[in-house]
Ligand binder design. Structure first.
Ligand code: PLP
Length: 360
């Protein structure tokens, strides 16, 4: 038995911490923005049947080009996209890692607007890419002017725009994405992990793809699609981008079981997404009731809410956990983040928080 510091680890990984959202078994887990509704039973039955069929062929390697899955994803996204525009991997985290392997790496840089998704800096460090945290405007908003100025100042190789942004919930106007793209010399990722929770009249960055060959829009089945445990993320981009990712992906990176499960789930996208409106309703309720309780919520287009007015986030986090309610301390002073759950889970959280408030 030895310790990490005794191993000949890469110098640039010394002292780093792994991703570590707590995984605790609690009655009410609202900490990692999952869809807390289980998938409908009839859909689950179809997925099991598809996986059962696929397992009869697992003596052979899976379709390395996952053509059927790419066709299903293109059909789901619409916007005139075809399989040639689509790439997928084991979660959008892996998609982003592959982007960094292909377009980043030693001597290159990734710029994102902090505070933002904690995995960007971790994936950058794993691929030897320099991470550049750039500044936002007040209230975590990001105007076209600020985005363009920060990108021109730092001149990164890759820009990642998270919209809606995790952990703040902030959606980006399309004008900001266009300004960032025009200011950037390199590749631009728009991470739309929470796109399905946006107001339905708000256009996706997918509408910006035609004519912009350096733009990539990543999505995931982990959030709205209630498929976090299956590990399926994907992106839409110019077909040349998927050719770049083929250079770095592991051969057969998407297992036959994953491909079968995802295709079966996508055939029921309507049912899989049936809970999205319900979740948006609970999110809006969180926004209203947190404000009433004296915890100012930030503007959100996602399935979670970042709220301020917390004197001691760590103490509040621990006190809620004692009541069986797990939320997230994202390290923003005076703030905590909570995922919109089922009506009962959301009620449990709001009740526990109100009880704490009345004690203090
Ligand atoms: C949850 C999340 C993802 C999803 O990651 P997967 O690997 O697809 O599960 C991607 N980006 C952001 C900003 C997220 O919050």
């Amino acid at each position: 038995m030895t310790s990490l510091s005794d191993l000949p680890l890469r110098d640039d990984l010394r002292g780093k911490s792994p991703y570590g959202a707590p995984q605790k078994v609690v009655p009410v887990a609202l900490n990692v923005n999952e869809n807390t509704h289980p998938i409908p039973e009839d859909v689950a039955g179809d997925i099991v049947a598809a996986v059962a069929k696929a397992i009869q062929g697992v003596n052979r390697y899976p379709d390395r080009e996952f053509v059927e899955l790419r066709e299903s994803l293109a059909g789901y996204l619409g916007h005139g996209l075809t399989a040639a525009n689509i790439w997928a991997a084991n979660g959008s985290n892996e998609v982003i890692q592959q982007i960094l392997q292909a377009f980043g790496g030693p001597g290159r840089s990734l710029l994102g607007f902090a505070p933002t998704y904690s995995m960007y800096s971790i994936l950058a460090s794993g691929t030897g890419t320099a991470w550049i945290p750039a500044a936002r405007d007040a209230d975590f908003e990001l105007s076209p002017e600020t985005a363009a100025a920060e990108i021109r100042r730092a001149d990164p190789d890759i820009v990642v725009l998270c919209s809606p942004n995790n952990p703040t919930g902030t959606p980006l106007p399309l004008e900001t994405i266009v300004a960032a793209y025009d200011a950037a010399r390199g590749m631009v990722i728009v991470d739309e992990a929470y796109a399905e929770f946006m107001p339905s009249d708000q256009p996706s960055a997918l509408t910006l793809l035609p004519g912009r060959e350096r733009l990539m829009v990543s999505r995931t089945m982990s959030k709205a699609f209630a498929f976090a445990g299956a590990r399926v993320g994907y992106l839409a981009a110019d077909p040349a981008v998927t050719d770049a990712l083929r250079l770095v992906r592991l051969p057969y990176h998407l297992s036959a079981l994953t491909q079968a499960a995802a295709v079966a789930a996508l055939a029921h996208s309507g049912e899989m997404l049936a809970m999205v409106d319900e979740i948006k309703g609970q999110r809006d309720r969180l926004v209203r009731e947190l404000a009433t309780l004296g915890y100012p919520p930030h503007r959100t287009g996602s399935n979670f809410v970042l709220f301020g007015g917390v004197d001691d986030p760590h103490a509040t986090f621990e006190a809620l956990l004692e009541q069986g309610v797990l939320i997230r301390d994202v390290g923003i002073p005076g703030h905590l983040r909570v995922t919109a759950g089922t009506e009962a889970e959301t009620t449990a959280f709001l009740g526990a928080l109100a009880a704490l408030k009345s004690q203090s």
